[in-house]
Design a protein around this ligand. Structure first.
Ligand SMILES: O=P(O)(O)OC[C@H]1O[C@H](O[C@H]2O[C@H](CO)[C@@H](O)[C@H](O)[C@H]2O)[C@H](O)[C@@H](O)[C@@H]1O
Ligand SMILES: O=c1ccn([C@@H]2O[C@H](COP(=O)(O)OP(=O)(O)O)[C@@H](O)[C@H]2O)c(=O)[nH]1
Length: 892
């Protein structure tokens, strides 16, 4: 059994080593091998030699502090092998112009309007549609011919989700994941590769690196990733929705590429998948993949986890492709998100946009219940401890410590995009220096800000201006309060910085999780630098990480510059014991959310849901054997029948009156046997139920979904809920319903003692009514808090009903009474039939009785109805067969 882990980028990529060119072995047309110098020369061009070798100075710099740092792409040893640490380099920078690896440039077609998307390394001119192996017609110096001649090696990728990679590795080490296969792209342009090169790469990755390479065209990748993911989805998910009209043409174009890339993933996985294999899809790049796989592999176990934030439905509804994106996700067996807030947004969005019934943690699909769970990601503590003890990190610790001797160091590292909140941080820092002049000469903020997208020059300019202002105003000849590194640094330098820093500051405006904060906590145990421990984390409340640390005193609103400035001052002046207390609080909470626990929790939840889904779909439930019912009935002494009115009288239409009356006769005869006790359950009021049951004193009745019970042989109803139980919610719910009813012509409200119903079957505008009903049920379920009620959206109605008294709780009461009745044998045969959502509570109760062995013979049967999934043990689609079966028991 294999676990396929699908994520846009594989943890590996390919480096074409110019130094490894096979001299004179060019197989281009079989003769005239290319001279090695020419090959190397061309590859050097491809490699973009023009990149800077040192970090540029901070705007307004007065000292040379930053010069001790090295840009990330400088040659380094630790991560050179394929098993090096997880990625840090910015993907935008790497694609087709990697600073670290020798890789082909992109051959993507120029897109509709170059002003819309100006990515680095784009090649003008038409797409090369020639077949991948058709190099005969190419110039000997073309990149494809050259690349077929050089050696390549697999390297650890510098892009992708480092947290995910670490988590899966940690889970594998802990034995949580057995056989796994990564599925993803190489994160580099591949159009230039010949087919045989691609095949060789794919085989090597498969055989030696547990990886399934997905090859997509360069244009496709660029449209998918650089435009649709990074310019449309990512900003929207992080509340930085961009104006669309200018992008419209390009949006359409890149959406097609988004679809195409997801399809290529689906085909690649479907071709390998075998029964028993599991598929775990990651992040917003692959939102269509669950549905595409479900269509191809209806019985597969498919999970989806969203690593980024999930926005409010107010934002999500602005996306032109909102429906398709959501439907894509709903193909999974379970959806995982980082926080309870994102879960809320997700289910609310499904209700609003797809008009699906939802509850706080699930979406009700026609054929199954889709759980939506908050499972926050964490880090691998062991790996972090290993990484920070590497000699390289220790060297950096000494260098940085020496350089910043006597200073209080604040450290930060973010992607330089709007959501990263670097601008807000610098403004807060400026405010801090203004409000607390005593710190001006001895505090330094080192902000690492790796450039994100090429079209963010506006933001970069603004940030540079603020940096310039800070440094020109508050610097002295020997002190520079802000070091702004506008390039990434190596992970070793970052770990060293986190180990010597007094404060780590995260001011993201929105961020799925942010694991760097977790890394900082580990680095602050003083193991590496005894003189610095228990430093303070200042953390934006808009990160997912804030959810696991709720109540922590230094959570800030990044838009509140005064609060952030005060938080810096507080962190600098906090007594040592308070710092330690805070640190322990963060470390303890974090220890409950490690990377391997995240995998374990998610995969267990996926397995549980999958088993339920695959065993409970009606077509997979076995049919009720009347023969075995008879056998159990005959060998037992005391029988209880609990029958749903809809299963017994599926239709009360006139033409079926004959059938109705014959069913009445069967029930009466069944109840007449002293060994039998019969109850009919219903959502109807006691009055309505009595009316439809006619004269049947021997039959017990359970009305209003369990709120009322009339025991067999009695005429009095017992009320099992108290009016005061509904006092808390009734008036409020009624007002909300009235609001909707007044605005939706043709709808009506129906009041029962313990439930309220908004009926919209007769609405004038059906479309509007469906929207309103979804909105109503969503509003109620979203705001009910601890009140024991739920809104149930069904075809034509929204009903709000209690959850503390149900058909099952009332059936339990009836059963208990029978068991405790000295004049009655304790029931040893329980038969439950039903076909509505309310009957499901009875089936679950029956399953529990059976598990606990409280009743010897338990039979539960659904007759389908509108339910496509059921907790019942057996199914009978035909009501007549059920009635005949019951009739058969008494006529023996
Ligand atoms: O750069 P992208 O391809 O757009 O991907 C976005 C980021 O994905 C990963 O971060 C996300 O997952 C992290 C772990 O669950 C979470 O902490 C973070 O908040 C998410 O955004 C990846 O680690 C980042 O490098 C990517 O930028
Ligand atoms: O070379 C690296 C870079 C990152 N990471 C880890 O990968 C995780 C995710 O890093 P990233 O910056 O992508 O995550 P974010 O902070 O956005 O959650 C962090 O826990 C890092 O410790 C790593 O182990 N090696």
């Amino acid at each position: 059994m294999t676990l396929y882990v699908a994520s846009l980028f594989l943890p590996y990529t390919i480096d074409f080593e110019a130094a490894g060119v096979r001299l004179g072995q060019s197989d281009f047309d079989g003769s005239n091998p290319l001279p090695a110098s020419e090959v190397e020369g061309r590859l050097a061009e491809l490699h973009q030699e023009t990149l800077p070798k040192v970090l540029s100075m901070t705007p307004g710099a007065t000292t040379e502090h930053e010069k001790i740092f090295k840009p990330f792409y400088a040659p380094q040893s630790a991560s050179d092998g394929p098993n090096g640490p997880a990625p840090t380099e910015n993907p935008v920078e790497s694609w087709g112009s990697s600073r670290k690896f020798n890789q082909p440039m992109s051959k993507a077609a120029k897109t509709p309007d170059s002003s819309i998307l100006s990515r680095p390394g784009a090649v003008d001119g038409p797409v090369d549609h020639r077949k991948a192996d058709d190099t005969d017609s190419e110039e000997p110096s073309s990149p494809r011919v050259l690349l077929s001649d050089v050696d390549w090696v697999v390297k650890s990728a510098v892009q992708g989700n480092g947290g995910l990679r670490n988590a899966i590795d940690a889970a594998a080490k802990a034995g949580i994941v057995d056989k796994k296969v990564w599925v993803g792209t190489l994160g580099m342009p591949t159009d230039s590769l010949q087919e045989h090169t691609r095949n060789n790469i794919a085989s090597k990755l498969k055989e030696e690196f547990e990886s399934l390479a997905v090859f997509v065209g360069d244009s496709e990748f660029e449209g998918h990733y650089f435009h649709f993911c990074r310019n449309v989805l990512y900003p929207a998910f992080h509340y930085q929705m961009q104006e669309s009209p200018r992008h419209k043409e390009y949006d359409d174009h890149s959406w097609k590429q988004y679809v195409k890339l997801n399809e290529t993933f689906a085909e690649t996985i479907a071709a390998q998948w075998k029964p028993g294999d599991r598929i775990w899809i990651h992040d917003y790049h692959l939102m269509l993949l669950p549905r595409m796989l479900r269509d191809r592999l209806p019985n597969a176990e498919i999970g989806f986890f969203m690593h980024t934030a999930f926005p409010s439905s107010e934002i999500f509804r602005c996306l032109a492709t909102r429906k398709t994106l959501l439907e894509g996700l709903l193909g999974a067996n379970i959806i995982g998100l980082q926080t309870a807030e994102y879960v809320y947004h997700f289910v609310h969005t499904c209700s609003r946009i797809l008009r699906l019934e939802v509850s706080a943690d699930s979406v009700h699909l026609p054929d199954r219940l889709l759980p939506v769970k908050a499972i926050p990601m964490g880090i691998d503590l062991d790996l972090m401890n290993e990484q920070r003890h590497l000699p390289e990190v220790k060297e950096w610790v000494s260098k940085i410590r020496e350089r910043y001797e006597g200073k209080h160091l604040i450290v930060a590292r973010d992607r330089l995009d709007a959501a990263g909140g670097v601008k807000q941080k610098l403004l807060s820092y400026e405010k801090f220096l203004k409000r607390y002049p005593e710190w001006r000469d001895n505090v330094v903020l080192v902000q690492v800000a790796s450039s994100s997208a090429p079209d963010l020059t506006d933001l970069e300019t603004q940030i540079s201006k603020i940096a310039m202002r800070i440094n020109s105003k508050y610097s002295t000849l020997t002190h520079q309060p802000l070091v702004l590194l506008k390039q990434d640094i190596s992970f070793a330098q970052f770990l060293a910085l986190m180990s010597v820093a007094e404060i780590f500051m995260i001011t993201s405006l929105r961020e799925g999780m942010n694991l760097a904060g977790h890394d900082f906590i580990v680095c602050q145990d003083g193991a590496l630098d005894a003189s610095q421990k228990y430093g303070s984390l200042i953390l934006s409340e808009f990160t997912g990480s804030a959810s696991i640390w709720s109540g922590y005193e230094l959570l800030v609103n990044p838009w509140d510059y005064v609060q952030c400035a005060d938080a810096i001052n507080r962190a600098l002046t906090m007594p040592a014991e308070e710092k330690e207390k805070n640190w322990r609080f963060l470390a303890d909470r974090m220890a409950k959310h490690t990377a391997s626990m995240w995998c374990d929790t998610y995969l267990k939840a996926l397995r549980q849901v999958y088993e339920m889904h695959s065993s409970r779909e009606l077509h997979t439930i076995s049919s009720l054997s009347l023969e075995s019912v008879r056998e159990k009935y005959n060998k037992s002494k005391s029988h209880v029948f609990i029958l749903g009115d809809q299963a017994i009288f599926p239709s009360l239409k006139e033409k079926e009156e004959v059938a109705v009356s014959s069913n009445h006769e069967i029930l009466s005869a069944l109840a007449a046997d002293p060994k039998n006790v019969v109850y009919i359950t219903s959502s109807q009021t006691p009055k309505q139920l009595e009316l439809s049951m006619g004269e049947s004193p021997n039959i017990g009745l359970i009305a209003e979904n369990g709120a009322f019970l009339r025991e067999p042989g009695q005429s009095e109803w017992q009320q099992l809920l108290d009016e005061s139980d509904t006092r808390d919610w009734r008036r409020g719910i009624q007002r909300v319903m009235e609001y909707f009813q007044e605005r939706t012509e043709g709808t009506s409200l129906e009041e029962r003692r313990f439930s309220l119903t908004f009926n919209y079957k007769a609405a004038v505008d059906k479309e509007l009514a469906i929207r309103q009903a979804a909105e109503l049920s969503d509003q109620i379920n979203g705001s009910r808090g601890n009140v024991p009620i739920r809104a149930v959206l069904s075809d034509g109605a929204v009903t709000v009903e209690p959850t503390n008294v149900t058909k099952a709780t009332t059936a339990e009461l009836a059963l208990e009474r029978l068991s405790n009745n000295p004049d009655h044998d304790s029931p040893d045969f329980l038969f439950i039939a039903g076909n509505t959502r309310g009957s499901e509570t009875l089936f679950r109760w029956a399953n529990q009785l059976e598990r606990e062995g409280r009743v010897e013979n338990v039979i539960s049967v659904t007759t389908g109805g509108t339910q496509a999934v059921s907790a019942a043990a057996t199914v009978l689609y035909d009501n007549e067969t059920l009635m005949n079966g019951l009739a058969g028991l008494i006529s023996q």
